[in-house]
Structures are given as C-alpha cells and as structure tokens.
Design a protein around this ligand. Structure first.
Ligand code: HEC
Length: 95
C-alpha cells in the first residue's frame, strides 16, 4: 500500500476535507491505518479496488455511503453540503 499523502502536502481543498473528516468521521474511523475503530480503517481506501463491504471503491459508492449511511454508520446527507462532500472526497483520496 503506498503511503498516505502527508498532511503538510495537502491542497487547500484536501485540508478542508481533513477538517470535515476530523469533525464527522474520525470518532469511528482511523484515517492512518486499516484496523477498525467503530468502522473499518480507511487508510488506502481508494487505492484498493473494493471497499470493506465488497462494493467498488469509487466516488459514487463512497458518496452514497456518506449521504445515506450503512448499517451502524449514520447518514450525513443532512449535515454536509456539496462543497464539504467534495472536499471530504478529495481528502479521502489522499489516504
Ligand atoms: C458512528 C460511527 C461512524 C461514523 C461517525 C462514520 N462511520 Fe463510516 N462506517 C461506520 C461503520 C460501523 C461502518 C461499517 C458499515 C457496514 O458495512 O456494516 C462504516 C463504513 C464506512 C465505509 C465503508 C463502506 C463500505 O462499503 O464498506 C466508508 C468508506 C466510511 N464508513 C466512511 C465514513 C466517512 C467518510 C465518515 C464521515 C463523514 C464516516 N464514515 C462516519 C461507522 C461510522
């Protein structure tokens, strides 16, 4: 697995996405390892062909998971606007 992009090299959009991740996702997901916290670790999530569920690791599936939730994962559709979603996806691609 190639290493994640260091925080110091994030673009402004990726940095905003990092802030969204810290406030909305980090309580349940590690960004820097593959081990589970409450949900699966997300390190390298877009560098692998499949998400932990077996769904393809692409923007559409990840966006749907975030907007609508999945099993024990809550939905964030009402919390995140389009800009925050775009920034968050940009950050997730750096993992
Ligand atoms: C309250 C805990 C919680 C929070 C907060 C949370 N998640 Fe999750 N997440 C989970 C759990 C539990 C799963 C496993 C769901 C399953 O497949 O049963 C999961 C699964 C996932 C998956 C894998 C989906 C798949 O198809 O395998 C991704 C990607 C993900 N979360 C991203 C995020 C992002 C990004 C955020 C922030 C917007 C977030 N999660 C916030 C608990 C959480």
């Amino acid at each position: 697995m190639p290493p994640s992009k260091p925080l110091s090299e994030l673009t402004p959009a990726e940095m905003r996405g990092y802030a969204v991740f810290q406030s909305h996702c980090a309580a349940c997901h590690y960004a820097n390892r593959e081990q589970s916290l409450h949900g699966p670790g997300l390190q390298g999530m877009f560098k692998k062909p499949y998400l932990p569920s077996g769904a393809p690791a692409n923007d559409d599936r990840v966006t749907a998971t975030i907007l609508h939730g999945r099993n024990m994962m809550p939905a964030f559709g009402g919390d995140l606007d389009d800009q925050q979603m775009q920034d968050l996806l940009a950050y997730l691609h750096t993992l």
